[in-house]
Design a protein around this ligand. Structure first.
Ligand code: 45D
Length: 166
């Protein structure tokens, strides 16, 4: 897979990916709380998104116990070869973004395991958060798409995993 990244965004992409898994999740959550209101699933450009596919994947997650919901989000970031990771890896980048958005909404409305109330970002993650807030809206979207694109497992490009049998 190839991704196009602007120069500014790629520094932030590297910084994001160097955070540990939980800090990535936590920062992504804070990003959602910051900009969630300005995201409208009917935004222009929605043509490349497949809402039904994002919802189908989300519905599988929604029905899982809370600890498994958290684990599978960690698995997406660490590219663990699971069924959900593979399904995720097979969908388009903007649809991946919509899937994360649905997860965040689920965390807000109680269908997905929520954030602890008093969670604090690490200094590193918080510094990156400040930078991201300073980006233009379009740069932010590009960055988020580049963050979610490589997550999960590309089912066409992975070795057999004896642990999961996939
Ligand atoms: O206890 O073109 C920790 C569309 C540890 C439309 C944790 C769009 C402690 C078409 C790990 C912290 C809308 C798709 C717990 C465009 C602990 C279109 C858990 C744009 C519980 C452009 C943390 C879409 C967890 C956009 C589980 C811009 C954190 C979408 C989870 C943006 C965080 C989506 C999540 C964003 C964050 C989603 C799920 C920013 C999701 C963020």
């Amino acid at each position: 897979m190839t991704y196009t990244t602007s120069n500014t965004a790629s520094a932030q992409l590297n910084a994001f990916q160097s955070l540990d898994v939980d800090q990535q999740l936590a920062l992504f959550w804070f990003i959602y709380t910051e900009m969630g209101k300005s995201i409208t699933p009917a935004a222009p450009g929605a043509s490349t998104v497949s809402p039904t596919i994002a919802e189908g994947l989300f519905n599988q997650v929604k029905d899982l116990p809370h600890d498994e919901q958290l684990q599978l989000q960690r698995d997406l970031i660490t590219h663990k070869n699971t069924l959900i990771s593979r399904e995720y890896g097979a969908i388009g980048d903007t649809t991946k973004l919509l899937f994360w958005y649905l997860l965040a909404q689920g965390m807000e409305n109680g269908t997905v395991s929520p954030m602890p109330e008093d969670y604090k970002l690490s200094q590193e993650a918080d510094a990156l958060f400040t930078q991201i807030k300073g980006l233009e809206f379009n740069e932010q979207i590009t960055l988020f798409r580049n963050i979610v694109a490589p997550m999960g497992v590309d089912p066409n490009n992975v070795e057999h995993d004896s642990e999961t049998g996939l």
